[in-house]
Design a protein around this ligand. Structure first.
Ligand code: PLP
Length: 451
């Protein structure tokens, strides 16, 4: 066990991989249980229609990943894996998900040619993937729509979620309202205070927001509480994890649900420039928008991939969220990954101005991509992120989320360092819009006197 603040259900106890006990109500062929309301009815029973089966493997990414949970959760995780892999080749499921992404979330999101930003930086052509324009304001809705459909397929009547910036909580509360599911969202008390707007949104959508007062009162602690709840309620409840973190199958499942970002962006980039970008940049909290936009480029070594972590007050200050760059391997929230932990294996508190990057771990696939050198991880400080936020706002009229502002700041640095020049095209993921952060940004501007 690596986290002193957490009693056993959340611990990193290694469990034997046992046979699933998926429950007698489950359809033996599809792994599905009957839907319970007209709205919840899925278009099932169609054949695969040429869809390729999905192989999430054993959830190991090199030395990272895996399934480190109490035995109570093993059947639910196996049920989820079965439900996902059967749903993924079910043309009815895919049609329903695609329809929701199009008609409800607003996909495809545009690719914006950021001409004034590029001119100001004096460097490459910059293409912004506009996840901020999704319904609810970030990429999180891509994942929650998919997982809500899986929850219905598994016959669950309740969903729970953890949230930091509140965007995943809002996206979960939104799909719960859409499908008539009961919903509880766990949120650290510090995040409740700094993301007050999103708390009101979740409540308005009918979710119960449960403030968490343990530990650093941020995302890690909210995740601990959500896992505890899930252990006790697993029969009726699906846990919608919000990033590519947690035990298998979540990291692969969430990556696949976010892959749409990169698939769209690649096609849009080819249509607009005639080829692939030279680089892709995305911020990394748990890492879902980054994995989503990286996924289709992983096999193209000529496309350089940059993940941007929160350097907080500076990588040397100890106050940051840079688990890949400053972490060590360990187990947290069901997976082995890179973690901020001390020499006794106790989890250290992360720090970032941005609640969505304020997490002491990272998705295991990112840990593996860093270890193999396929992707490069860099840090941007709170102050750099605020500069990035101002830069994008003033050059393009787009106010990004503080999380996404880290990616803008990283682009600016990479251009200054000559990594990208005017011969390059860079794809940058604007993972969300900045409305939720305006109180915090205003407070910072008041403090510093900068406009
Ligand atoms: C807008 C936005 N971007 C990025 C993140 C970080 O999450 P991830 O690394 O899973 O994309 C969050 C998390 O809340 C977010 O709200």
């Amino acid at each position: 066990m690596t986290d002193q603040h957490v009693p056993d259900p959340v611990s990193g106890r290694v469990c034997a991989e046992t046979d699933p006990e998926t429950g007698s109500e489950t359809d033996p062929e599809t792994g599905a249980r009957p839907a319970s309301s007209p709205r919840q009815k899925e278009q099932k029973g169609q054949d695969a229609g040429g869809l390729s089966p999905l192989d999430l493997g054993d959830g190991r990414y090199g030395e990272f990943g895996g399934l480190f949970v109490p035995e109570t959760l093993i059947p639910a995780l196996q049920e989820l894996e079965t439900a996902f892999s059967t749903a993924w080749v079910d043309a009815g499921f895919r049609a329903q998900l695609d329809g929701l992404l199009r008609d409800y979330a607003g996909r495809p999101t545009p690719l914006t040619d950021a001409v004034r930003l590029a001119e100001t930086l004096g460097g490459p052509r910059v293409l912004l993937k506009r996840e901020d324009l999704n319904h609810t304001g970030s990429h999180k809705i891509n994942n929650t729509l998919g997982q809500a459909l899986l929850a219905l397929r598994m016959g669950k009547s309740r969903v729970i979620a953890e949230t930091g910036a509140g965007q995943h909580g809002v996206a979960t509360a939104t799909v719960a309202a859409l499908f008539g599911l009961e919903c509880a969202v766990f949120m650290g008390e510090e995040d409740v205070a700094r993301q007050a707007l999103n708390v009101v949104r979740m409540q308005l959508l009918g979710a119960e927001v449960i403030p968490v007062s343990s530990g650093s009162r941020t995302l890690k602690d909210a995740t601990n509480e959500a896992l505890r709840d899930w252990v006790a309620t697993v029969e009726s409840t699906h846990y919608i994890i919000g990033s590519v973190v947690g035990p298998h199958p979540y990291p692969g499942l969430v990556r696949e649900l976010q892959r749409v970002i990169g698939t769209e962006a690649r096609a849009q980039c080819v249509a607009s420039t005639g080829g692939d970008p030279s680089g892709v940049i995305a911020c990394v909290g748990g890492g879902s928008n980054a994995m989503g936009i990286f996924a289709d480029f992983l096999d193209l070594p000529e496309v350089r991939l940059f993940g941007v972590e929160a350097a907080g007050k500076g990588l040397e200050s100890g106050l940051h969220g840079a688990s890949v760059q400053r972490g060590v391997p360990g187990v947290l929230h069901g997976a082995r990954t890179m973690l901020l932990q001390d020499e006794h294996g106790q989890i250290k508190e992360a720090h970032s101005i941005s609640a969505g990057l304020d997490y002491p771990g990272v998705g295991p696939e990112h840990a593996a991509l860093a270890a193999s050198g396929r992707a490069t991880y860099i840090g941007c400080t709170d102050a750099e992120a605020l500069d990035g936020l101002r830069l994008l706002s003033r050059t393009e009229g787009i106010i990004p989320a503080l999380e996404s502002a880290h990616a803008v700041a990283a682009l600016s640095r990479l251009v200054q360092e000559g990594v990208f020049t005017e011969d390059d095209t860079v794809l940058l993921c604007v993972s969300g819009r900045g409305d939720k952060d305006m109180d915090q940004v205003a407070a910072y501007l008041d403090l510093t006197g900068r406009a």
